[in-house]
Design a protein around this ligand. Structure first.
Ligand code: PMP
Length: 484
């Protein structure tokens, strides 16, 4: 398929004084910026701690730092950049709005740009939802759209409880919600998310997923389970921050039928999995599941901040102003988002992500045979994780970091051998070794022991090879240094 990254390695020539000056920055400037950041920014800063770089220019997969070093960016703004940095169709869409004289910020008023975005978005949704969908534009972060989704289903059902899953990540605003006047009584029942490698039931595969589903029905149907009928169930079709864990399609369909039969709205949080990332336009498309609510952000804004919740019209019973916010009308983000959605759809980048993801995961699984410190390689499409374990330790209970082996217990004869303990220090060493080799990756997972790859969907075959080569080299160096 003929999808070309506009400039796989070469960055555009600087076109004005400011960028020329940036390009000429030397390492003293770079160091100075990092030093001032360390002195002035919050102790809560995140990515900046593990990625001490000062990006000044970027194109496609490549970022150039103020010190002139270039990096292959497999973090992609935490999965935001479906088309990589500064893709021409995104830049053109932004310029068109700027040149048109349109207002850049209009609260939630109707505009041609917003109309075009909504039309394009609805075109991509599962048809059974699109035909009867409503959209709420939210404050421009995934977490605000999650808040909106929860509020929506609570209002529509008159119930307050929520079903959510182990390992889930939906954003950072729960504290803010609870601290606000009129806070709801947030009751979350935590259900087991199916996973093969660290299956809580010790068996993984379809049987592990089936046990997870049975636990869900048991809690809902046992009148003495202590779980009142909830307002909704929220899930990620592939857990991202939780360690790149794809839910089996059959399990997702089970969750759909369990919730449907009990009139519980199903919320799919596709903030990270959306827009082709997992090898289908929306990750729910793999299973054919049609959720009642979809939470969308990151790539839907085409690299600019945008978050929406789309949902079945029957749920649309909340009041005007029920989920307000000033910044819900970012015209540049809507234009960039519409251009991105259309480009992914027209060029079938979801299929490309599926193909490339299968290839990369296959290569990394080969590598796992060579390095005992690679416990598991998993993912879907271009959402890929490599879990680091410590082979020097004995096998442990599913989530233990230290050793606490249950494997000799005769009652557990049916269970697979427990995986080795997670190795967060090795994972951090791999991330640092990748950066030294010009590859940006981040960590995720329960113990920050999963090296995550979220490259743009425009990744070329050559770039994919370069990414795997650099990661391999980094893994080899860390394995050797740690005798693993
Ligand atoms: N949901 C999921 C699945 C996410 O991965 C994230 C962010 N990583 C969020 C919600 C929150 O999005 P934001 O950081 O934009 O608030």
């Amino acid at each position: 398929m003929a999808v070309t990254d506009p400039a796989p390695v070469a960055l555009p020539a600087p076109h004005d004084g400011a960028t020329r000056e940036a390009a000429a920055c030397d390492s003293a400037v770079h160091e100075g910026i990092l030093r001032r950041q360390g002195a002035r920014e919050s102790a809560a800063r995140t990515y900046a701690r593990s990625l001490p770089i000062v990006p000044v220019r970027a194109r496609g997969l490549t970022i150039e730092g103020a010190d002139g070093r270039r990096y292959l960016d497999c973090l992609s703004g935490a999965g935001t950049l479906a088309l990589g940095h500064n893709h021409p169709v995104v830049l053109e869409a932004i310029r068109k709005v700027l040149d048109s004289g349109a207002p850049l910020h209009v609260l939630d008023l109707a505009t041609p740009v917003k109309d075009a975005f909504t039309t394009e978005l609805f075109r991509t949704l599962p048809p059974a939802l699109a035909d009867r969908a409503r959209i709420q534009f939210c404050g421009p972060a995934g977490t605000d759209a999650v808040e909106a989704a929860l509020k929506l289903v609570r209002t529509a059902t008159g119930r307050s409880g929520l079903l959510a899953f182990t390992g889930a990540y939906h954003g950072m605003t729960a504290g803010a919600l609870e601290a606000s006047g009129g806070a709801q009584d947030v009751r979350v029942t935590r259900l087991p998310y199916p996973q093969d490698y660290r299956c809580p039931f010790g068996i993984g595969g379809p049987r592990g997923a089936e046990l997870a589903a049975r636990w869900t029905t048991s809690l809902l149907d046992d009148t003495k389970s202590g779980v009142p009928r909830p307002a909704g169930m929220i899930l990620e079709p592939v857990q991202g921050e939780g360690g790149v864990i794809p839910a089996p399609d059959a399990w997702l369909r089970r969750m759909r039928s369990i919730t449907e039969q009990r009139s519980i709205p199903l919320i799919a949080d596709e903030v990270q999995t959306g827009v082709g990332r997992t090898g289908a336009f929306w990750a729910v498309d793999h299973s054919g599941v049609v959720p009642d609510v979809m939470v969308l952000s990151k790539a839907v804004g085409g690299s600019l901040p945008l978050a929406v919740v789309v949902y079945h019209e029957d749920l649309d019973v909340w009041s005007p102003g029920a989920h307000a916010g000033t910044f819900r009308g970012n015209q540049l983000a809507m234009a960039a988002g519409a251009a991105t959605l259309a480009y992914v759809r027209e060029n079938q980048l979801d299929r490309r992500a599926a193909e490339l993801g299968t290839r990369i995961i296959g290569q990394l699984r080969q590598l796992a045979k060579e390095f005992a410190c690679i416990g598991d390689v998993r993912g879907r499409g271009l959402m890929i994780g490599v879990e680091l374990v410590d082979p020097a330790q004995t096998a442990a209970a599913p989530f233990a970091v230290g050793s606490d082996s249950l494997s000799d217990d005769p009652l557990l004869g049916d269970c697979a051998a427990p995986p080795l303990p997670a190795a967060p220090a090795l994972a951090a060493a791999v991330r640092d070794a990748c950066l030294d080799r010009g590859l940006i990756v981040e960590l995720g997972g329960r113990h920050s022991s999963v090296v995550r790859l979220l490259p743009p969907l425009t990744l070329t075959d050559e770039q994919a090879t370069a990414v795997v080569d650099r990661l391999t080299d980094a893994l080899a160096a860390v394995a050797e240094a740690h005798g693993r």
